[in-house]
Design a protein around this ligand. Structure first.
Ligand SMILES: Cc1ncc(COP(=O)(O)O)c(C=O)c1O
Length: 351
């Protein structure tokens, strides 16, 4: 697809990933829970994948729980932790510009008696550590703030959020669906207790992701899917060996250089009158742009009929200004001239 510029919504599965997955789809199909030789081979492949993901974020393999993607990982982090406090309930801090799966999980938790504070971002989409510190309460049970924003590309200061959470002995979760592999992450240096990631944002398959959980076995997180004890009892269901192997291959073969598409894009966008939203600290592959006039939008759309999104893929269906753009103070009128153009991602930033 040579007119596709929506890589923050999803990436293609790379050839290396497809090759790595293939044998596990048919020849080596045994259930990883089976105790015979073929089953053990699947279990070993899964273990190697677990080691690869863990190493990427400075965690231990036993702290990685495979899920169907970042939405499930986020739900497991939030509900799994909240359900530990069902009797006493408690307070959760997040931000107004999280992915809808976090916001909807929080709304659900509010509906059953938890309190949630939604931190407001500044006009660039940054959530400030001081606003977080100001909202910490004695009954705060969880802080969950994303790493890179999916619509704006802004990089949040998660190390500082982690330090605040650590200081108050509150678990810190981050949704790293848009930063995993792009940005360096070390869960110890950044005081991260839980981290969500997704395969299809990094040239891996759809339907696979993971939740890092510090000391997973002792975490007492309540599983959302009870099953036959897979994933340390935290996520039941037959392990999808091909998808898990594919996720690890995606990490292993993640590109370190930008794609030539990026240069082509820079040449094109320079011909238009626009402002880039998200401030200075943004990932280079995500461009949130507001065209100066409706005419400029029309000219861009007719000259370059690209597959891009207005807001994120999820909001695009509802035809209203996204909650992220509204939260940074953008009017509905300006939001209509605002698009997310996202390029093939690659490894780029220190944090
Ligand atoms: C920041 C963020 N969180 C969560 C998700 C959901 O990920 P998945 O599609 O793996 O469930 C996405 C994907 O759009 C995302 O960008």
């Amino acid at each position: 697809m040579n007119n596709y510029y929506d890589y923050a919504a999803s990436t293609p599965v790379s050839q290396q990933v497809l090759d790595a997955m293939k044998p596990w789809e048919n020849e080596k199909f045994a259930n990883a829970s089976s105790t015979h030789q073929a089953g053990r081979a699947s279990a070993q492949a899964i273990q190697q994948a677990r080691e690869c993901i863990a190493e990427k974020i400075g965690a231990r393999p036993s702290e990685i729980v495979f899920t169907s993607g970042a939405s499930e990982a986020n739900n497991l982090a939030l509900k799994g932790l909240a359900f530990k406090h069902l009797d006493s309930k408690g307070h959760i801090i997040t931000s107004e510009i999280e992915h809808k799966c976090i916001l909807n999980a929080c709304a659900f938790l509010e509906s059953i008696g938890f309190e949630v504070t939604y931190l407001a971002p500044d006009k660039n989409g940054h959530v400030s550590p001081s606003s977080l510190a100001a909202e910490v309460r004695s009954n705060t049970i969880l802080i969950s703030i994303h790493h890179v924003n999916n619509e704006l590309g802004t990089i949040q200061p998660i190390q500082e959020f982690g330090a605040i959470a650590f200081e108050h002995n509150i678990p810190f979760h981050t949704d790293a669906a848009q930063s995993f592999c792009k940005c360096d992450i070390n869960v110890d240096d950044m005081d991260i207790d839980m981290l969500s990631l997704s395969g299809h944002k990094i040239y891996g398959p759809k339907g696979i992701g993971a939740l890092y959980i510090r000391d997973a076995r002792d975490s007492e997180l309540v599983p959302l899917i009870h099953g036959g004890g897979q994933e340390a009892g935290l996520r039941g269901g037959t392990s999808p060996t091909p998808l898990i192997v594919g996720l690890a291959a995606a990490v292993q073969f993640y590109p370190i250089k930008s794609d030539p598409i990026e240069e082509q894009f820079l040449n094109v966008i320079a011909k238009f009158d626009f402002t880039r939203n998200g401030g200075m600290s943004v990932v280079p592959s995500t461009w949130n742009v507001t065209f100066q006039t409706d005419e400029e939008v029309k000219r861009f759309m007719s000259d370059y009929p690209w597959l891009i999104s207005q807001g994120s893929a999820c909001n695009a269906l509802s035809n209203v200004a996204s909650h992220v753009l509204t939260a940074i103070g953008m009017s509905e009128y300006i939001a209509r001239r605002t698009y997310r153009i996202s390029l093939p991602p690659y490894q780029l930033c220190d944090r």
